[in-house]
Structures are given as structure tokens and as C-alpha cells.
Design a protein around this ligand. Sequence first.
Ligand code: ADP
Ligand code: MN
Ligand code: MN
Ligand code: MN
Ligand code: MN
Length: 334
Amino acid sequence: MSFKAEYIWIDGTEPTAQLRSKTRILADGAELPVWGFDGSSTNQAKGTSSDCQLKPVFTCPDPLRDPAKDVLVLCEVLNVDGTPHESNTRALLTPIAEQFADQESWFGIEQEYTLIKDGRPLGFPENGFPAPQGPYYCAAGADYVFGRDIVEEHLDACLTAGLKVSGINAEVMPGQWEFQIGPAGPEEAADHIWIARYLFLRIGEKYGVHFSIDPKPVKGDWNGAGAHTNFSTKAMREGYDPIITACEALGEKFLEHVRAYGDGVEDRLTGAHETAPWSEFSYGVSNRAASIRLPWQVEIERSGYLEDRRPNANMDPYVVTRMIVNTCCTALEK
Ligand code: ADP
Ligand code: MN
Ligand code: MN
Ligand code: MN
Ligand code: MN
């Protein structure tokens, strides 16, 4: 007997990487081997020396096949000499996560996305626009909610896969939704985000609906799509001063962070639509117009976590978690 292993990797598409995958049939009980692919077809190699390696790093049941035996296999991309490929941002996260492991970083990532069919978001008419934003966020009812079947199917798939999905909600723009992953450690949260994105792309195929992480899918007075990144260390979960220390540290490096928070972040962080302008740093309690929001319970309980509201929906979670751990844990170590 055999099982199916879907090897998944992140390609070299600029400026926003795409997911790729292919299937390997393995004998029952077989270990997951290192595999390879043609990097010249994924913007990861020249045709003259095109081989890249796939190193399995995270495995879970495949909810799209037989979850009792088939698996999804998230891989890192390596060069043939075994070194990390330049597109492999996970390999940069691992040493930082290890360096600060004693601080016990947790992440909760809110992945917003837009369901696109025939070139426009679900709920948008063929000509013109739907009624203005207001009634759609967390709504119920066919006038306001578009795509719930596919969203529910995705949620169930994430749960079957064993991902640490913590919730879903309909968003401010029609056809826009969110799922949350976490709390989880840096690599775990990022791996789960990538697999959850992959599952959405695959489920969308069945419906002819594209899962888009475009940060600004509709120009004008329509919300963009972000990936608010909630973060805490053990010290932050136990006290208030460390939370302020982390916020101040993020302020000192704010431009470096914003530049790494996803392509087109300047177009989304305009200061409108519950964002802070990308060129200014601020933090505040309950403030959805700040770069960093401290949830109101955090001020009352004098402990908890911060929410970095700046990352775009199209951010690379390996990059964002690495930068936040590096900046905040370095400051908290002092
Ligand atoms: P919002 O109110 O901004 O919409 P959400 O409920 O969508 O927030 O997402 C908050 C995320 O933060 C969830 O994924 C949750 O699991 C995560 N979270 C909760 N507590 C912590 C913590 N101490 N550290 C990091 N993440 C946390
Ligand atoms: Mn071939
Ligand atoms: Mn949310
Ligand atoms: Mn949201
Ligand atoms: Mn949020």
C-alpha cells in the first residue's frame, strides 16, 4: 500500500512569492525523502543549472485527500550543495527563533484575504460597486455575506490538518474575510499560515474562486487587506513594562520593519481605513489608527501582548516573525 505526499514550497516570484506543490507516491511507512524540482520554472534557478532541493520541514494530514494517510509536506528550498536557497526566508528565521527561544515568543497572525471571481471580489456587481462599507464586517445574511461556504470549507480543512487556527470572520469589504492562526511559536505560526494559504488556493480551485492576498484589491474607499501580527514573550504575558519596551524597540526600527512587511505596504498604510501612515510610528491602547495597538484588556490586566497592525496580507510570515522576535527580544534581553 502507498500514500500521497504533497510537497509544497515557496517559489522565487518577485515581489511576492507564490506557493508551488507536486505529489509524490510513497510506500506505507516510508520516510519523507528530500526531493527536487526544476528551479528554472519557479524563478529560483537558471536553466543551465536548474536543480533545487526540497527539504521537508513541517508535515500534517492532507484534508483534501485521505487525512488518515495522505500528508501535506511543507519544504524549505535548498541549493544542490545543501545551503539554503536565497528565496528561503525560513532558514533565516530558525537561528533567530533559537537564539531567543528562552523568551518564549508567541504569535497570533490575522490573515485577511479577498475572494475573487471573474476578476472582481465576491459581492461586487459586474458594473459599478456594491453599497458602501459599513454593514459587511462580521455580518449575517445574503445581502452582506459572500463566499461563506468556501470559507467554512477552508476552516474545516485547517482543523483537519491540525493547524492552530483560532477563528474566522467576515471583513469590512464585501468578499473579504479573515482567519487567525495562533498563538504559536514563530516557525509554527508561519508554517501554519503558509499551509492555510495553500489550502485556500486549492479549495478555491473547486469554486473557480481565487484566494487573493493582494493588500489593496480595490482602489478607492475600500479597505485593504492586512495581516495584523499579535506578539508576546513570557515577560510580556506577565507584566506591562516589557510590552512598552517592545513597543519602543519597534519604534526605533520602524522603517526597517515597514519595508519588510509586504509589497505595496505604502499603498495600504495611508492613515485611512483603520491604518496608521507607513511613514510615522505610533502605539496606543485600543487605537486602530496606530501602528501598534495594545488591546484594552492588556492595559487593564497590565500584561498580555501587542498587535502590530502594519503587515500586509501578502507579507512573508517568516520575515515578519523574524524581525519582530529580533527587535523585541534583543531589547527585552537588556
Ligand atoms: P482583533 O481583535 O485584532 O481582530 P483577533 O481576535 O482577530 O484580533 O486575533 C488575535 C490573535 O492574537 C489570535 O490569533 C489570538 O490567538 C492571538 N493571541 C492571543 N493572545 C496572544 C498572546 N498572548 N500572544 C500572541 N498572540 C496572541
Ligand atoms: Mn519532469
Ligand atoms: Mn481580527
Ligand atoms: Mn481584520
Ligand atoms: Mn487585528
